[in-house]
Design a protein around this ligand. Structure first.
Ligand code: GLA
Length: 747
């Protein structure tokens, strides 16, 4: 059993394959956090807490004259506002009398077989039922669950509400999940002003905080900062997880590297506002919090109602950042993404966006598709511009009716012709968006987010629909379904091209307007769930101006997400490198585009563009008609090669070998089969120097005692990992190499 409870000491010890997490309900019923890290004896780690008179840090009343007991100093599992803990806390509740000071104590707990699921919210799952729904907690006899659930209930000492802390212990995956539920039993309304899904307190240690910052067309840059005293926070108040900061954080020891040292990953399964807070306190203790950003949040919980805060996934690695990433990669690939495309080979696609933008008709698309089919491409995607009045990005959003005049045919006719060429067909939507110049806006202006009496904030000259409203969602859903049902469509790209603003919902009373942002996200999830239920075979790709909503919440509905609107292969090295810390390559939408690149005007070899795009979902985004015959020959070979390496790339172990922003001339990464039987080494020459020094790259994940063949030469595995492979000399800037390394059969 991965969850142990010692009733004498009221100690909870949770173990996964390599990690341990421990809590203890102490003598006052306060739930202390006593350990998260290396797996070891289920010893009571609270022995490490030093009690001393804590000046100016208050003492709970029931501690009597004991001045050494202060919640301001103790490591806690779920610290709350107003309890005498002046650090950042995980919960702030406004009581019916207007006060907010709170005190929680342990009441009870339950241990279940199986992994809990959350109503209306994404969560990691142990197993799915026939409808792709997580089975949730279960009777141990029911099925062979590999995970366990612990629910600890704390009670508010004013007897107004319970807090249920959920823990999913996914032993084999090395993941522990957390979620929180507040249950109101007061008979009166209470207001949640802050609820964080995760709090982890570290008693000592000096940590680096790793965050992933960016902007549109430059997402998820890796930043590593030594934590000093005070609070370092990242987050989003944009209504999406955002381009600017990603809801994935790592704490590591100062000397942790890719392959060595302790590190702790925190991933939030949520696609809206979030806050990640790391605080180094007066006693050199570190507190990490992750949850919904409190700024746009105030949620009324009615009598007898429950509020579920989203899930977060936690992992610990004693073997550096690389191993930490691989824990998340495996868990997200196999126990977060759902549906047919999770484990099935996905088609190589051609997206028309950078090829033609809005300038197309049906004939042009068919011509592109014809050439694409010749190249071995399997799916043709018609991006923005096929609906309503949409020849530029200033109008038409919201009018999900096919512009047959522009296409010169019906959608069915277009799709049939594309299928006739042996291709699948896909289509773009931006369901949440609305232009003021649209029939929908003219008919229902109140469906767009605007604050009464204030001019709205536009972005890309558009507004957003109030997805917190069921009637709005139903309307859009039915119109999307009409389009999807009118033709054979195997792929859908779900885009969102602005941040939320002017949050006001005509459907909610004034005192509940603080719920709009969260209700919007729940509405988005509701719609995505309905879509995946109704079209279980459809491949859905998430997108928000590229990677503005690249998060674990979305991956529960869309197994891949367009990584960035920046398709420049060299820029993509950093973007995909940063993304790889928390997310597997199988989720990273990545395409070969034409040169000079649309975003940077940079020219890179076609081979290099493919090396980079292959380290993602792989596709093309250009006008195939404009390619030369030589280029077409190269592309055909690339597609064949990608299919050959598909399993190794998509399901193999991913290793970062260098950091593209600091790499010494050559940047490299590697995919290795789990059993070490083969590997694919990818190298991009960032600089070339005439008469330059030799370059080596040390491989990882091979079997030390085996012999490997590389370009017809043989090397022992330990030699390739320790001495490295001498790399070919690049003849031009940005040249790349894909080097296959194969284990020789044992003699
Ligand atoms: C966003 C997407 C692009 C493309 C355009 C269409 O920017 O990220 O891939 O779909 O919208 O308007």
């Amino acid at each position: 059993m991965a969850i142990l409870f010692d009733s004498t000491s009221r100690l909870f010890t949770l173990t996964t394959a390599h990690s341990m997490y421990q809590m203890k309900a102490d003598r006052y019923g306060v739930l202390l956090h006593t350990w998260f890290g290396m797996k070891g004896s289920a010893f009571d780690y609270s022995y490490r807490i030093a009690y001393a008179d804590r000046g100016f840090s208050g003492n709970p009343y029931d501690a009597g004259d004991d001045r050494t007991y202060s919640l301001d100093a103790l490591p806690q599992e779920f610290p709350v506002y107003g309890s005498g803990d002046y650090r950042s806390t995980a919960l702030k509740v406004r009581y019916p009398d207007g006060t907010a000071a709170c005190d929680l104590r342990y009441l009870s707990h339950e241990i279940h077989k199986g992994k809990y699921s959350l109503p209306g919210l994404p969560s990691l799952y142990d197993t799915l039922d026939g409808n792709n729904q997580p089975r949730g907690i279960c009777d141990p006899t029911e099925h062979d669950a590999k995970s366990d659930t612990l629910i600890i209930t704390l009670e508010d000492t004013r007897r107004m509400f319970y807090v249920h802390l959920y823990y999913g212990v996914m032993e084999d995956l090395d993941i522990i999940t957390r979620a929180v539920c507040v249950e109101n039993h007061s008979g009166l309304d209470i207001y949640l002003e802050n609820i964080q899904s995760v709090c982890v307190d570290y008693l000592h240690g000096s940590y680096d905080l790793h965050t992933f910052y960016g902007r549109h067309v430059k997402e998820r840059n890796h930043q590593r900062t030594p934590l000093g005293h005070g609070i370092h926070s990242v987050g989003s108040t944009r209504g999406t997880s955002s381009h600017q900061y990603n809801p994935f954080l790592i704490l590591s020891d100062r000397d942790t590297t890719e392959d060595t040292g302790n590190c702790y990953g925190f991933s939030f399964l949520y696609s809206g506002d979030f806050l990640g807070n790391a605080e180094l306190d007066q006693y050199n203790q570190t507190r990490l919090l992750l949850g919904i950003h409190p700024d746009n949040f105030c949620y009324c919980v009615k009598p007898a109602e429950r509020f579920h805060a989203p899930e977060a996934a936690l992992a610990y690695s004693a073997q550096g950042l690389g191993r930490l990433s691989r824990i998340f990669h495996q868990a997200y690939r196999t126990h977060l993404c759902r549906g047919k495309w999770t484990a099935k080979r996905r088609p190589v696609l051609l997206n028309d966006w950078e090829g033609v933008y809005f300038d197309f008709d049906g004939d042009k698309l068919i011509q592109m598709a014809r050439d694409a089919a010749d190249l071995g491409i399997e799916l043709f995607v018609m991006d923005d511009g096929w609906f309503g009045k949409r020849d530029l990005d200033v109008s038409g959003l919201g009018d999900w009716t096919v512009n047959e005049k522009k296409l010169g045919c019906t959608l069915k006719e277009l799709s049939d012709q594309i299928h006739g060429l042996g291709l699948q067909f896909g289509i773009w939507f931006e369901p949440e968006g609305i232009n003021e110049d649209s029939d929908l806006y003219r008919e229902h202006p109140d469906w767009a987010f605007t604050v009464p009496g204030k001019q709205p904030t536009r972005s890309r000259l558009q507004l957003l629909l109030d997805f917190s409203r069921e009637d709005v969602r139903e309307y859009i859903f039915s119109h999307i379904c009409q389009v999807l049902d009118s033709a054979r469509i195997e792929y859908l790209k779900w885009d969102l091209n602005r941040s939320l603003a002017d949050l006001y919902s005509a459907s909610l009373p004034a005192k509940r307007q603080g719920e709009v942002m969260h209700r919007y996200v729940l509405g988005l999830y509701d719609m995505l769930e309905k879509l995946t239920q109704r079209y279980p075979d459809m491949l859905i790709e998430g997108c928000s101006g590229g990677g503005g909503r690249f998060d674990a919440g979305m991956l529960y509905y869309t197994p891949q997400i367009w990584c960035s609107d920046d398709t420049d292969a060299i820029e993509r090295l950093s973007i995909q490198y940063g993304t790889s810390f928390g997310y597997p390559v199988s989720t990273m939408g990545s395409h070969v585009s034409h040169c000079p690149n649309e975003q940077t005007r940079r020219i890179t070899p076609l081979n290099t563009r493919a090396t980079v795009a292959m380290s993602g979902t792989f596709g093309y985004e250009l006008d195939v008609n404009k390619m030369t015959e030589d280029e077409k020959t190269i592309v055909k070979a690339q597609i064949r090669e990608f299919k050959e390496y598909y399993d190794l790339i998509q399901y193999g172990d991913y290793y970062r070998l260098t950091d593209p922003d600091t790499a010494d001339a050559y940047h490299g990464w590697e995919f290795a089969a789990e059993d070490g039987s083969e590997a694919l080494l990818c190298i991009v020459a960032l600089q070339i120097h005439p008469n330059g020094p030799g370059r080596w790259m040390c491989l990882k994940g091979l079997n030390a005692d085996s012999i490997y063949t590389v370009n017809d030469e043989e090397y022992p595995g330990d030699v390739l990992m320790n001495g490295g492979l001498l790399l070919p000399t690049a003849a031009e800037e940005y040249e790349s190499f894909r080097i296959h390394i194969v284990e020789c059969p044992a003699v």
